[in-house]
Design a protein around this ligand. Structure first.
Ligand code: FES
Length: 176
């Protein structure tokens, strides 16, 4: 734009909403296909230098910050989280009674310095990185039970190793 307000460069081109929509739809279809393949357990597994089988479960950057992704490795349902910049993976089905842990809300517990997923069925809390449980202990004060501080309990949910590079996100299924 010149000083007198007239346009001197090439005329601005209108943004093609249709082209943008087509691109977004194509990306959405690709993602759906990739997710369907993962849920069928059709993801790629390759032996790494460490002798472990690393399964490619997502493209680079997925899942996006604050979201999660569901996959199936050798018949085992696993949820991949990216929360506060940390990628982690734990079994998707709750250890307690088979509930949909994978659908639970995530809570950050400041006192423990960790983040847990809250099972929708009976409200058990499981650390999304190492699978330990978290709970508040009961203390007896003046002969009455009161809710006490937070406690990190034992490992209750299987956690899996995760790594990411420019080719995608990979995980090792932990069998123990
Ligand atoms: S099934 Fe998850 S807490 Fe009971």
């Amino acid at each position: 734009m010149s000083e007198d307000g007239t346009w001197k460069g090439a005329a601005p081109r209108p943004i093609s909403r249709a082209a943008e929509r087509e691109k977004a739809e194509a990306e959405g279809e690709d993602r759906k296909e990739e997710e369907a393949k993962m849920m069928e357990g059709g993801v790629e597994g390759k032996e790494g230098e460490d002798g472990k089988v690393w399964w490619r479960v997502a493209g680079p950057g997925l899942p996006h910050e604050g979201s999660r992704l569901h996959t199936c490795i050798e018949g085992r349902y696993v949820t991949l989280f990216r929360h506060r910049g940390v990628l982690s993976a734990i079994d998707a089905i709750c250890h307690h009674a088979g509930g949909p842990l994978t659908l639970g809300a995530i809570e950050d517990i400041e006192d423990l310095g960790n983040s847990v997923v809250l099972c929708p069925w009976h409200k058990f809390m499981v650390d999304i990185v190492d699978g330990t449980k978290a709970y508040r202990k009961v203390e007896v004060q003046g002969g009455k039970p009161v809710v006490g501080g937070w406690v990190r309990g034992k490992v209750v949910q299987r956690a899996h190793s995760v790594r990411e590079d420019e080719g995608g996100v990979y995980l090792v299924r932990n069998h123990t």
